[in-house]
Design a protein around this ligand. Structure first.
Ligand code: NAD
Length: 686
């Protein structure tokens, strides 16, 4: 799909104070959901506007502005897919060429950043002499490093002299590594990225007035000269952050740091621009950047269209219930209340658990009030529409009841049957089970067609994935409602069949299984974690186990072993560790050192030789490849992109690995094992 072309339109305004001003507007003719982007055609449009401007002799100043809610979102990502070196070089040079002409205009230029300003949008703004920023601008970011490329339209060279190297590193490297963190307007102004923060209502007029003042000299902008004090520390810090986050598995952050260092040490601008061009030519065709383009597409565009959602009207949410108010239930209650603002019933069998759930739910509301996102009266109202109860009766009239009780099939089946006694025949009953059969839970009900799996991930507020599990009997209204709830809760819903472990837990467990097996061969925990982290994972499998719980992993392993005994083993070492009374694998108070009991619990096979790091990775990836292929063949998912979306959004596998199927394809594992790629095996009839 090609983006609508962003046109640069020139108009002129006769200012009584300042004379003739040029207004350059970027607009692709679409609403804010399709932001302005800079394709080759867009840059040609800018060149056309500059051709005209350069012939105008009486222009005294220029203001560059976007369309409603959007300034510009940068390069057109669609053109990145399959890009080769020549394309990358040409694209970078085209931006440098056009933006440099803008920078060379012989009068004051002001970028009036009226809305979202990302990537190349920020770079064009940096080519203006001044920047005003609307308080309503939704996001300001330099996202390139997140996509395993670099800002290659001058960003790495113009930002350090403007805001200093530490600020430039924060925007270009640290924020990008922190999952593409976006800045709010006050932070951007404080950093020096923009010169003035202007309230949204007055933004356009006040920006024009600012430009007029700059032209007449009535306004001056003072900027502190960036110093290079602390430069070495800031650079070392950034390199450390790149190591921590990517373990060297993608070159982009390191290249960006080198470019920023070049500019910060007084490097020549023309030479810096040439270095950016060369760097992009290297990076854009790379495996990591190509995988990132794919990851971006499937998680930002494809999943939002909710593939697999039936065309049937959903049941509106006017009242919701959660049964089981423990760790997950309390978080789910908070999310449901916050997003649907519908009356909520929290049911448990334990009074104390209910009190903790109340603290969680009310605490979330209080946090939003403190941050100014919710007014106190509304928070009070929302608190008043929650019922905490030991009984089922208050669930009557609910449109959705979501169960999050202990992971025991019989308990869940019994609870759903009890809920069915008090709700109407169309109430959607959803289960948050991690691995159990949804159909088995629905089996004894009068209306099994209203049961669906809604598998959220812990921590619920952070992980955006929702696995929507369709059991054999689930009807279209139920499924459609499940997707609609996902959308209301702002989760990315991926459809999967009712197979044990669904998508993410099943694959993760196969991977972890291979890593746990390495213990038998005499590898130690840290060695295995490091081997996996070299793939670019933020955490190794044993570090992750400490976070999510060894016992939970063992329980899921058992469920999967019961379903697929030949592929999922219940490893004796894992079983012994899970029996210990220790929080995870490592005693972090000592650094990354395993607890003595954990180390002692591991049995190494007699005569085994430890695996090399390559062998550990190979074992993990082969296992995942095999499982992914089986999932596609048996129709657990309709499309490999669903698997990748799950891994990216459910467990935070890096964008630059494209989830997992894309990685297996790119590195030739799929072709070696199956003679074909995994991505592209679509429409397998889920
Ligand atoms: P938890 O032990 O913290 O909470 C379970 C709650 O269910 C307890 O408060 C218990 O009192 C309550 N309960 C038991 N019987 C009940 C009954 N008859 N009526 C009402 N409440 C009852 O467990 P959890 O970690 O929140 O897990 C809940 C579900 O979510 C499980 O199915 C689990 O597999 C799934 N899940 C957990 C995670 C995770 O990371 N913990 C992630 C995704 C899904």
């Amino acid at each position: 799909m090609s983006e609508a072309t962003t046109e640069f339109k020139l108009t002129y305004y006769e200012s009584p104070r300042a004379g003739r001003l040029a207004l350059l507007t970027m607009d692709n003719g679409e609403d804010h959901r399709r932001p302005n982007t800079f394709s080759r055609e867009a840059l040609a449009s800018l060149e056309g506007a500059l051709d005209e401007l350069e012939t105008q002799e009486d222009v005294k100043g220029l203001m560059l502005v976007g369309k409603p809610h959007v300034f510009a979102a940068g390069a057109d990502m669609n053109s990145f897919w399959g890009a080769d070196e020549a394309f990358a070089r040409g694209a970078s040079q085209a931006g440098h060429g056009a933006f440099s002409r803008l920078a060379a205009l012989p009068y004051p230029t002001l970028a009036a950043i009226n809305g979202a300003c990302v990537g190349g949008g920020l770079e064009i703004a940096l080519h203006c002499d001044y920047r005003s920023l609307s308080s309503a601008a939704a996001a300001i970011a330099s996202s390139e490093v997140f996509l395993s490329i670099i800002p290659a339209w001058g960003g790495t060279q113009l930002l350090p002299p403007l805001v200093g190297a530490p600020g430039a590193l924060r925007v270009i490297v640290h924020n990008a590594l922190a999952n593409n963190r976006m800045m709010k307007p006050p932070e951007a102004v404080e950093l020096g990225l923009a010169d003035r923060l202007i309230p949204a209502v007055d933004f356009f007029d006040d920006s024009v007035a600012l430009l007029e003042g700059l032209v007449t000299g009535e306004e001056t902008i003072e900027r502190a000269e960036p110093s290079d004090v602390g430069l070495d520390d800031a650079l070392a810090d950034a390199r450390r952050a790149a190591d921590d986050r990517t373990h060297g598995a993608t070159p982009a952050p390191y290249v960006a740091i080198d470019l920023i260092e070049f500019a910060a040490r007084g490097g020549d601008l023309a030479e810096g621009r040439a270095r950016e061009v060369a760097a992009l030519a290297d990076l854009l065709p790379s495996r990591q950047a190509q995988a990132s383009v794919y990851s971006f597409d499937i998680t930002q565009r494809r999943v939002r269209k909710q593939p697999g959602k039936p065309d049937t009207p959903a049941r509106p949410m006017t009242k919701v219930g959660v049964v089981g108010a423990g760790l997950m239930g309390a978080q789910l209650g908070a999310l449901l209340l916050g997003r649907t603002e519908a009356p909520l019933v929290m049911k448990d069998i334990d009074e104390e658990v209910l009190e903790q759930a109340r603290a969680t739910i009310e605490g979330e509301l209080d946090k939003r009030v403190e941050r100014g996102r919710l007014n106190p009266a509304r928070a009070g109202f929302l608190k008043s529409i929650v019922t905490y109860t030991l009984d089922y009766e208050p669930l009557a009239g609910a449109d959705l009841v979501l169960e999050a009780v202990v992971e025991v099939a019989d308990v869940k089946r019994k609870i759903l049957a009890e809920v069915e006694q008090v709700v109407d025949a169309g109430t959607i009953l959803a289960t948050n089970t991690s691995a159990l059969s949804v159909a088995a839970m629905a089996g004894g009900l009068a209306h099994p067609e209203r049961v669906v799996g809604l598998h959220f991930f812990h921590p619920v507020a952070v992980l955006p994935l929702l696995e929507v599990v369709r059991a054999e009997g689930t009807n279209d209204t139920t499924l459609s409602t499940a997707f609609e709830v996902g959308k209301q809760l702002r989760k990315s819903a991926v459809l999967c069949a009712d197979t044990p472990g669904f998508i993410v837990n099943r694959l993760l467990l196969r991977f972890t299984g291979a890593c746990v097996a390495a213990l038998r061969h005499g590898n130690d925990f840290a060695e295995i974690d490091d081997a996996v982290k070299a793939l670019g994972m933020p955490m190794g499998p044993f570090e992750l186990l400490g976070f999510s719980g060894v016992e939970v992993a063992l329980r899921t392993a058992k469920a999967l072993h019961d379903a697929y005994p030949d592929r999922f083993e219940v490893d004796e070492n894992l079983r012994r560790i899970a029996e210990l009374d220790v929080p995870g694998i490592y005693d972090w108070s000592q650094g990354r050192v395993p607890f003595d009991e954990v180390r002692e619990a591991v049995h190494v096979e007699g005569g085994a030789t430890p695996w090399t790091a390559d062998e550990i990775r190979e074992a993990g990836l082969q296992a995942v490849a095999e499982e992914a292929r089986i999932m596609l063949d048996e129709g657990t998912v309709a499309d490999a992109r669903d698997i990748d979306t799950g891994m990216l959004l459910g467990v935070g596998w890096p964008f630059f690995n494209g989830g997992i199927c894309m990685y297996l394809d790119q590195t030739g594992v799929s072709q070696r094992l199956f003679g074909e790629r995994l991505v592209g095996l679509e429409d397998r009839g889920l």
